[in-house]
Ligand binder design. Structure first.
Ligand SMILES: *Cc1c(COP(=O)(O)O)cnc(C)c1O
Length: 486
């Protein structure tokens, strides 16, 4: 679509898009006049126009159901539609969070079994499904660490590698700790020498994203675990990248004391646009008494909500984002152990395929096998006057959602690509072709990249403003004006 679409002002006085049945009971009294508005500016449109208006808007959006979405760190994979049916079953979708446990035994059983699956998948002893997002699961981990060290107030520091997700240092700070950054070595792993020199009795925990945000697996995780535990500290995992490990390696076996998972990344659920998410926290026996409330327990044949003995408390209303749990349960049950292993194998193969095909064209700061995502640097293109942002914007012209750019921050002009397991070779090949063409354009016609995208309904937006002050409301009369300023 090369033409800019201007929304017609479709409102006309007197048009209606609905019809109500004739009133067959006494009209209710209206509130006092001073509480009523007479000048409510609502569009007057027919039903067909309304449907077309919203359908048009929906087509301006880009989603995983419209195309390839290689947004690194986000695991934007295909979500089986069957999960939507399951999550909408009235027995799941229509129950109230405060119904008596006896009347929601099926839902509680699902949660109980999901807890057990996640414990098995992570090699942990206990699980709470309560956290509402990955970051909140991290917060739960850090509060559990704090509770564990409650008699040892000298433990005031959380160590976080500089290759961590931004939420990791933020979470340490929110937990009231001093966050100390651990540098990476030239291979992209934790610098073990530096870690050893920083590690002391004032450290409460090391938080490790594994694989890290460079998409790399630190094979010395056993040694890291030992260094941390030798000083009496705990090892917290950020398990948001589990899509590369599921069915293959377990956090518990690698020495982690707790880890949060992002169900909305690894175990399906459409995400983006802010949620909903679910970030269960899984813990080894030393920490299970501190897990957030509630957890689901089983007495005989009865399921019930319970609170762990020294729980850090509740993290939100009711018992978490239940619909996300239903989808994760459906995903695990459908794929089974062998299917889950295939997920991580294919996610890793796809990322390595992109790596090998694109490394002649884009600088690869860490040239070694990657996990589920691959981080390039646009620094070669930067010398041609083309920035990572230009490359990302140009990809929109090819019909692709861009990869993550400028993150992780330890890579200059980072371009972080996560293909996920659910894409075909044909799709990966057309993405590779687009990236190759952009690399050529950077040499031959950098100006053209500066003004990209050329074929989208809107061009370059103020993204920070669009996110912080979303302008989503239809306003009478000034539609054309607004379209002109988009
Ligand atoms: C996505 C992500 C998070 C944060 O998860 P949310 O659900 O967005 O809060 C944390 N760590 C890593 C490594 C991630 O990729």
């Amino acid at each position: 679509m090369s033409r800019r679409y201007e929304l017609p002002d479709i409102s006309q006085p007197g048009k209606v898009g609905y019809s109500l049945p004739t009133l067959d009971m006494p009209a209710a009294e209206l509130p006092p006049a001073e509480m009523l508005r007479s000048d409510l500016a609502l569009p007057e449109v027919s039903e067909a126009e309304l449907v077309r208006y919203f359908t048009h808007l929906s087509k301006l959006n880009y989603g995983i159901d419209t195309g390839f979405y290689p947004l690194g760190s986000c695991t934007m994979k295909y979500n089986p539609k069957w999960h939507e049916d399951v999550a909408r079953l009235p027995g799941f979708a229509s129950i109230h969070p405060f119904q008596p446990a006896g009347s929601v035994q099926g839902a509680l059983r699902l949660m109980f079994e999901l807890q057990a699956y996640l414990a098995e998948i992570t090699g942990m002893d206990g699980v709470s499904l309560a956290p509402l997002a990955g970051a909140q699961g991290e917060l739960a981990s850090i509060l559990m660490v704090k509770a564990y060290h409650r008699k040892d107030s000298a433990r005031s520091k959380i160590l976080v590698p500089d290759s961590a997700h931004g939420t990791n240092p933020a979470t340490g700070t929110m937990g009231g700790f001093e966050v100390v950054s651990v540098p990476s070595d030239d291979k992209g792993d934790v610098d073990l020498g530096k870690l050893e020199s920083i590690m002391d009795e004032n450290v409460a925990a090391l938080t490790l994203t594994l694989p890290n945000t460079l998409g790399l697996f630190d094979t010395r995780i056993g040694k890291i675990s030992q260094l941390v535990h030798d000083k009496g500290a705990l090892l917290c995992g950020d398990g948001a990248n589990l899509n590369s490990l599921v069915g293959k390696a377990r956090f518990g076996d690698m020495g982690f004391d707790c880890v949060q998972l992002n169900l909305h990344k690894t175990f399906s659920t459409p995400h983006g646009g802010g949620g909903p998410g679910s970030g269960p926290v899984c813990a080894r026996a030393v920490l299970t008494e501190f897990l957030p409330s509630p957890v689901v327990a089983k007495d005989g044949e009865e399921y019930r909500l319970a609170s762990p003995a020294s729980s850090i408390g509740i993290l939100g209303a009711a018992y978490g984002n239940f619909g996300v749990m239903v989808r994760a349960y459906a995903y695990i049950r459908t794929l089974g152990a062998a299917g889950l292993r295939e997920v991580s194998e294919n996610a890793v193969i796809n990322a390595n395929y992109l790596k090998e095909k694109l490394k002649p064209y884009y600088h690869l700061p860490y040239d070694r096998p990657c996990m589920h995502e691959i981080v390039f640097s646009g620094k070669r293109q930067k010398t041609q006057g083309v920035r990572a942002l230009d490359i990302a914007k140009r990809l929109l012209d090819f019909g692709f959602h861009p990869p993550t750019v400028y993150f992780p921050i330890i890579v200059d002009e980072a371009i972080m690509v996560e293909p996920t397991e659910s894409e075909s070779k044909a799709t990966l090949d057309s993405f590779i072709d687009a990236m190759k063409q952009i690399a050529r354009e950077a040499e031959e016609n950098p100006e053209m990249l500066h003004s990209a995208p050329h074929h989208t309904p809107v061009r370059r937006l103020d993204e920070a403003k669009a996110a912080r002050q979303p302008d989503l409301r239809w306003r009478m009369g000034n539609d054309k004006e607004r379209a002109g300023t988009a």
